[in-house]
Design a protein around this ligand. Structure first.
Ligand SMILES: CCC/C=C/C(=O)SCCNC(=O)CCNC(=O)[C@H](O)C(C)(C)COP(=O)([O-])OP(=O)([O-])OC[C@H]1O[C@@H](n2cnc3c(N)ncnc32)[C@H](O)[C@@H]1OP(=O)([O-])[O-]
Ligand SMILES: NC(=O)C1=CN([C@@H]2O[C@H](COP(=O)(O)OP(=O)(O)OC[C@H]3O[C@@H](n4cnc5c(N)ncnc54)[C@H](OP(=O)(O)O)[C@@H]3O)[C@@H](O)[C@H]2O)C=CC1
Length: 282
């Protein structure tokens, strides 16, 4: 008997699969892990804080176990992947979810800040992908890697270091998909918009309070929506989506600022319209 079943996927969609979710103790990673388990997978949650991982594993039940480590540190990354293989003898899905940045205007990003954000989001993601491929997926002739990136794609104000890092990951996603296709490995990026997770608490109050208004859907994404997409990509369909960047953002990528732009409205709030030329001169 399954403790919790998926709200939208058929029972047993991912039966027998072993997944590794980095950053699986919190937020989007925790939600993804819960959905993968609901679909039948065994999931290893990785992150730096053992107590956070243990609390999440206790919440998710026996299909969830933990591996503590820092994805930026090679020995830790190796140990995390080795733990999955010792425990399950396979690794079908890597969700490269651990990542992040701090809020800062582009012109104020210090060199060490660039390095920190690149090291986590590009370096850590790359090392985890390489290890998953070398140690588990290539030998098995099969596997899926989901890289969590960021929308909007045109440079998220206050997070431009992260936008650049995630652009690199999306570029790597396309290259890896091509390079590893012959090994039976699919690589997909999920460009997440703005989601309701505890991580938003760390941002300045005006950022937190305004973030949903920048989403054309006019609400934050719910972690379970992201989790459904991760589970879908872990299914057979994910294999044919290899090389894609799937944007899940309530149209945030298409947001060009509030409409009407305050500077162009008249005193009554109306938007000026273009004079129509007489028909003969059109
Ligand atoms: C809004 C909706 C969208 C949401 C998107 C999300 O992703 S939500 C998910 C969000 N979740 C997460 O973001 C979780 C993961 N994020 C993290 O762990 C950190 O943001 C990290 C990536 C910077 C960690 O890298 P690390 O441990 O290597 O960092 P470190 O502490 O050792 O600093 C190194 C350098 O970076 C610089 N610098 C750093 N902080 C600040 C700051 N506040 N101020 C100014 N500068 C700062 C500074 O130059 C520093 O050098 P210094 O001055 O010491 O010589
Ligand atoms: N919430 C949102 O609106 C959006 C989030 N994203 C991205 O989605 C992912 C998850 O975000 P969210 O859940 O909201 O935020 P969290 O801050 O809760 O998630 C980050 C997770 O990564 C882990 N982590 C961070 N650094 C490392 C490291 N060096 N090694 C191992 N684990 C690490 C953290 O655990 P620990 O500290 O214990 O290591 C934490 O569990 C992140 O990549 C984020 O940037 C993208 C777009 C929007």
């Amino acid at each position: 008997m399954r403790a919790v079943s998926s709200e939208i996927f058929a029972p047993g969609l991912l039966d027998g699969q072993a997944a590794l979710v980095t950053g699986g103790g919190t937020g989007l990673g925790r939600a993804a892990a819960a959905e993968l388990i609901a679909c039948g997978a065994q999931v290893v949650l990785a992150g730096r804080r053992a107590e956070v991982l243990e609390a999440t594993a206790a919440r998710l039940g026996p299909a969830a176990t933990t591996a503590t480590g820092d994805i930026r540190v090679d020995d830790d990354a190796e140990r995390i992947v080795a733990t999955v293989l010792e425990r399950h003898g396979r690794l079908d899905l890597l969700v490269n979810n651990a990542g992040g940045q701090y809020f800062v205007p582009a012109e104020a990003i210090a060199t060490r800040g660039w390095q920190a954000v690149m090291r986590l989001n590009v370096g850590g993601t790359t090392r985890m992908a390489e290890l998953a491929v070398e140690r588990a997926m290539r030998p098995a002739g099969r596997g899926t890697i989901v890289n969590v990136t960021l929308s909007p794609h045109h440079g998220l104000a206050g997070m431009t270091h992260s936008s650049a890092a995630r652009a690199a990951v999306e570029s790597l996603t396309r290259a890896w998909a091509e390079r590893w296709a012959g090994d039976g490995i699919a690589v997909i990026a999920v460009a997440a918009g703005h989601f309701q997770t505890d991580a938003l608490d760390k941002y300045p109050a005006p950022v937190r309070e305004s973030v949903a208004r920048m989403v054309p859907l006019q609400r934050l994404g719910q972690p379970r929506e992201h989790a459904w997409l991760v589970a879908l990509l872990a299914s057979e369909l994910g294999r044919s989506l290899s090389g894609s960047v799937v944007t899940l953002d309530g149209a945030r990528d298409n947001w060009c600022g509030p409409w009407p732009p305050p500077a162009i409205t008249d005193d009554g709030g109306d938007v000026p319209v273009e004079e129509r030329r007489p028909a003969a001169t059109r």
